[in-house]
Ligand binder design. Sequence first.
Ligand SMILES: Cc1ncc(C[n+]2csc(CCOP(=O)(O)OP(=O)(O)O)c2C)c(N)n1
Ligand SMILES: [Mg+2]
Length: 554
Amino acid sequence: MRDDSNKGQKLFDILAQAFLQEDVSTCFALLGDANMNFATRLAEGGCGMIYVRHEHCAVAAAMAYARKSGEVGVATVKCGPGLTQLMTALPAAVRANIPLVVFAGEAPLKAAWYNQAIDQAPFVAATGSAYQSLHHPEGMPTAIRDAFVQARRERRPVVLGVPFDLQNRPWIGPVTLPTPSRDLLPDLPPIPPHPDDLARAAAMVAGARRIVVMAGLGAVEAGAGPACRALAERCDALLATTLPARGLFHDDPFNLNVAGGFSTETARECLAEADLVIAVGASLAHHNSDGGKLWPNARLLQIDTDPVAISQGRVAAQAHLRADARLGVETLVAELPTRAPAWRSEALAQRIATTPADSTPFPAEPGLHDPRDVVAAFEKHLPHDWQMVNSSGHCSYFFAQMPSRPQTHFLTIREFGAIGNGISFAMGVAAARPADTVVMFDGDGSLLMHIQELETIARHGLNILIVVLNDGAYGSEIHKLRAEGLSDAGAVFGRTDLASIARGFGIGGATITDLAALPGLIADFAKTGGAAVWDVPVSDQVASPVIRRAHPPK
Ligand SMILES: Cc1ncc(C[n+]2csc(CCOP(=O)(O)OP(=O)(O)O)c2C)c(N)n1
Ligand SMILES: [Mg+2]
């Protein structure tokens, strides 16, 4: 029997209500037939909408939003060509273990022919994301709730395909939404370590002389930073982090900063001396150990809720302690006797503080900056409470060298290795931290890949400063091609006038020819807020140590 209590609502009304019931407060969207009614109702229901100019950027921004807020990131795109635009963003979210729900629409079920129809499930499956095709209207509110549960539990995107002819049908019967996921998700206390694991770990520590405690995002999430510092102090160890967790120990004198391809010269020397690395809440990715080259003499003890032997093709750990990162480290500290400092000396702290990340000289080029000088100037003058986003490319080695920036104010998502994401990640962080200023460091090629999003930034009044190390090229490629003795012509474009482009979008633009102007420019930007692109012309002759090691000149 028909029940009129729903006041003539359509299915898209109910779908929007099901999302709102999941406490979705921000959604990144690009509209089309298959999602615009839903998205409009979502906005009317109080969800903050950021309307982007490319679907990839909706999902990429949702990734950064999820990482920064701890919520499930939400995006919506239309079916067919809207969905196929996501083939780079979805695998990036899968590899970074980021929970997302993407409302994608689907081709109409009853149409005999539809030009944008495509079999969406295999596309999504190929990215490693889950695809849920929702074809039963009455079951959809529960299926949406379940998608949020699945995204959180499996820490990956769930894409919902809802045929848009169904979305526009009247809702029959009363509206009853399911219990929301927040009331169902298990509220589990942190896992304590087993005494046998602890005893083995304590014995390993006792038998080691040069120990490095290395934290990953798992340590950040578990709030294990202070415990890691206490562990390092207790056993005369140095500290390091993975790249995404960089800054967790930013103010510790024995912090080596990033362990990985982006390690400083001093960090590489110390890690080479290590005989034990204690990895806390780190997935032991290939880059983290620079493919196994970073600590050739060390055994690795992994403290994690899900310890592994092999990671990304390498035997990554020899010993394991299964526990919540904070609880595992705190309990281990309590088991250990205090060791007199030997490795942790004044002299070493001095060396860490004063040795440049890379001291290789390169000839100066008139009118162009050495990227290392640019980064040093920003490191010195940028306010510490600005949110920093690091993008990709050859230049990313340089702007990873800003050791005074705390992890709470840092974001990088690099696991799929795609360029072009910095601008979206900055938008996601700006949406998650609306009161903060965001500064995003990028390469010229990467920014140009999705420069249309300057329009989104301007329209939504986002507070984002974009700093571009402009070498007029795909730097990674030119350095590798040159090292191979090949022509770099296919990767050199010349320096686009990015400041003029930014002004064309209605935001600020400056070309920074003199680094002495930086303090004044930063002070002005801090006063006015808003958005700007600062184009910093850099030499294309300064090759990072990452490139020099992987591609030594022939
Ligand atoms: C989507 C995607 N396309 C191409 C590449 C290959 N790639 C890696 S780094 C890079 C150059 C990026 O140039 P830019 O942003 O200017 O930074 P630079 O390397 O010059 O510092 C390219 C093209 C990639 N990683 N991802
Ligand atoms: Mg470049």
